[in-house]
Design a binder for this molecule. Structure first.
Ligand code: PNS
Length: 163
């Protein structure tokens, strides 16, 4: 068994992410989900603490998975988490283009390799960005997230005046 590090913004975690967690758990047996900052996404909907809580609610009672917030680089976080490999889910070729570059940087920096897992085809259309956009307009995203996340989205958009 090895520990895999699964970094992401998780703003919020959705069922596509959960499928990647399950695949990583099946392959590696031990998974640390790292809630991290993406510099290309400066402002999020949920705070880092809320993202951690919602990711924990999404993961539920699965054994062998923990969720923590990390700063710095993904490779630094993976080392702090005691992980020997990074896992990323891929939906599209656009995902692959950027992920391949990050994986090459990460292995060059530290030797930590990245394993890509394809996301389930029936979940490939799901993204946190579209979930935020759909729910901001009052349309249900209950088929894309667990109930705790759906409730948090409703509350967040209510607090922002449904903007
Ligand atoms: O869910 P996202 O937004 O696609 O996740 C991107 C994330 C947070 C995994 C990525 O931006 C990241 O690894 N951030 C930490 C900083 C880092 O390691 N950057 C890559 C340098 S090669």
């Amino acid at each position: 068994m090895s520990t895999a590090f699964l970094p992401g913004s998780f703003d919020p975690m959705h069922l596509g992410h959960l499928d990647v967690v399950d695949q990583a758990l099946e392959i590696f047996g031990d998974v640390v989900v790292g809630v991290m900052h993406n510099p290309s996404k400066p402002s999020g909907l949920f705070s880092p603490d809320a993202r951690v809580e919602l990711a924990r609610a999404t993961i539920g009672d699965r054994q062998g998975v923990r969720v923590e917030a990390f700063g710095g680089l993904a490779v630094q976080a993976a080392t702090r988490a005691g992980a020997s490999v990074i896992v990323k889910g891929l939906r599209t070729m656009a995902d692959f283009d950027i992920e391949q570059q990050m994986a090459q940087n990460n292995v060059a920096l530290t030797g930590i390799r990245t394993v890509f897992v394809p996301c389930r085809p029936d979940l490939a259309h799901i993204s946190s960005r579209f979930i935020r956009e759909i729910s901001a307009n009052g349309v249900s995203v209950e088929h894309m997230v667990v109930p705790a996340v759906a409730d948090a989205l409703t509350a967040a958009h209510g607090a922002r005046g449904n903007s």
